[in-house]
Design a protein around this ligand. Structure first.
Ligand SMILES: [Zn+2]
Length: 174
């Protein structure tokens, strides 16, 4: 059994609640809602209770929590394919812990070939103009939060002059 480390963060409780809400308040392994005997909990994947990164908070029911905690240690090599539900979290773990560290560089000065930086957009069907306006409004209103999620995933963000924007600027409400 792994040893657990770290202290819960003061805002850890809300981070864990958000992680459970993101997945619809269900166990990501067995899909059970929170019911007696399978109360929904949050497992700190790397064993560090102070690490509230999105990839470290696994919403699991009590039963799955005990099994996963006992069997899966992301620090240990795993020779089988990970289950589908666990893959995004494992990817997040490796992206953050890669050795040598992964560094993502935006290619802004490439002269040849297609442009390698682009805006992220959403497509709607031509008839869905109201839906398009609603999406655009939601994107605009939630820009700081969306930028924070993208930066958390290691997506480099650029301003109009192709200069990287920091977490501080990207998450400031205009
Ligand atoms: Zn479960």
């Amino acid at each position: 059994m792994r040893r657990f480390q770290g202290q819960y963060n003061p805002d850890g409780q809300s981070k864990r609640r958000e992680a459970r809400e993101r997945v619809g308040n269900k166990c990501i392994r067995c899909q059970s809602p929170s019911v007696p005997g399978r109360i929904l909990t949050t497992h700190h994947f790397d064993g560090n209770k102070a690490n509230d990164s999105w990839w470290n908070l696994l919403p699991l029911c009590q039963v799955c929590h005990l099994q996963v905690q006992g069997k899966v240690d992301p620090e240990q090599p795993f020779f089988l394919e990970h289950s589908q539900w666990l893959k995004p979290y494992v990817a997040g773990f490796y992206a953050k812990k890669a050795n040598p560290p992964l560094h993502i560089t935006p290619l802004v000065k490439e002269k040849a070939g297609p442009r390698l930086i682009y805006r992220i957009g959403m497509g709607v069907r031509p008839a869905d103009q109201n839906w398009k306006r609603q999406l655009n409004r939601l994107i605009e209103e939630n820009k700081p939060a969306i930028n924070k999620i993208l930066l958390d995933f290691g997506v480099p963000l650029l301003n109009e002059n192709d200069q990287p924007i920091s977490l501080e600027t990207a998450t400031k409400t205009p």
